[in-house]
Design a protein around this ligand. Structure first.
Ligand code: TMO
Length: 308
């Protein structure tokens, strides 16, 4: 009796492990969430089971290495290039190509801030007007509001000798809340932002122009305006956005991998998808459902190898 239950449990476990759902990483900003739902819905339509693995970007690399995540639909050059390169090097992941759009992630401000800080967008303007970005407790230093994704902002502050401190918030929502409040009273604010994003359409703004990015900026202290320190440059101004999958997924699901390689969005579409969530309050799931209904021919063509 006990033995047969034991065998039954064993066979159930084996069964579960052979029909493992595809695990899609689910991060904390809108476009990534919408694209994750879109890809999950496509996989479901094609007869696969899927599940979301909620993770911060900093934790996701471990999950990929540990075989606990299969698909990441948005890897951004400005904040994730180094981790991406490490995992490619160790063959944990396979690169399924870039979207046909360019990305930028960096320090950003709404346009009215320029009245308070002549010389922007050039970064050296920040040396003169840091105090307009001061907040209670910052002791006269400017405050830069960071999200939970960036590269070492404190290292950049040190390398460029900017009189700034970093205040890090937990999520995109927290950033947009700070922006909405500052914007209402036209208070100077300097914060992290990126494109494509829905934000620019509502709050016109600009990125700070730091010295141009160069890989040597992150590897050779001698490179750049500060001969002693790394990170004396901005993030790439024309960065890539990639789709990646685990090597295991790539080997197990060649037709899905082929489809993901074709999978694409342009900048306008990505901004619109995010805006439907952040401005019109649709859920990422509903926006994705809508996209699938309206783009049947497109996604079926991308994934034709999986349709029999
Ligand atoms: C990764 N992100 C788009 C939030 O900078």
């Amino acid at each position: 009796m006990v033995t047969s239950i034991g065998l039954w449990v064993l066979s159930l476990q084996l069964n579960i492990s052979t029909t493992q759902p595809v695990q899609l990483l689910y991060n904390d900003w809108t476009s990534q969430q919408v694209l994750s739902h879109i890809v999950a819905n496509i996989f479901t339509e094609l007869g696969y089971q899927t599940e979301f693995i909620e993770a911060k970007t900093e934790g996701q690399w471990f999950l990929l290495k540990a075989g606990m995540a299969d698909v990441q639909v948005e890897v951004w050059e400005g904040t994730m290039a180094d981790k991406y390169a490490q995992l490619m090097q160790s063959q944990v992941i396979v690169d399924l190509g870039d979207y046909s759009l360019k990305t930028r992630e960096d320090w950003w401000y709404p346009l009215y801030v320029k009245q308070h800080c002549p010389g922007l967008p050039h970064w050296q303007a920040l040396l003169q007007c840091a105090e307009v970005f001061a907040r209670p407790g910052s002791q006269g230093k400017g405050v830069y509001i960071a999200g939970p994704w960036e590269k070492p902002d404190r290292a950049r502050i040190r390398a460029l000798q900017l009189p700034f401190v970093v205040e890090q918030v937990e999520s995109g929502e927290a950033l947009w809340k700070k922006l909405a409040i500052a914007h209402k009273i036209k208070q100077p604010i300097l914060m992290f932002n990126w494109t494509p994003n829905w934000v620019g359409a509502v709050y016109p703004g600009e990125f700070v122009e730091f010295p141009d990015f160069d890989v040597r900026c992150e590897t050779e202290p001698g490179w750049g305006v500060n001969p002693k320190f790394l990170f004396d440059c901005g993030n790439p101004k024309s960065g890539w956005l990639k789709k990646i999958v685990s090597t295991e997924f790539f080997d197990q699901h060649p037709c899905l991998a082929k489809g993901l390689r074709q999978f694409d969005m342009n900048s306008t579409t990505l901004e619109q998808l995010a805006a439907m969530v952040n401005l019109e309050n649709f859920t990422p799931a509903l926006v994705a459902k809508h996209w699938l209904e309206n783009n049947q021919a497109t996604w079926r063509k991308w994934f034709v190898a999986c349709i029999n």
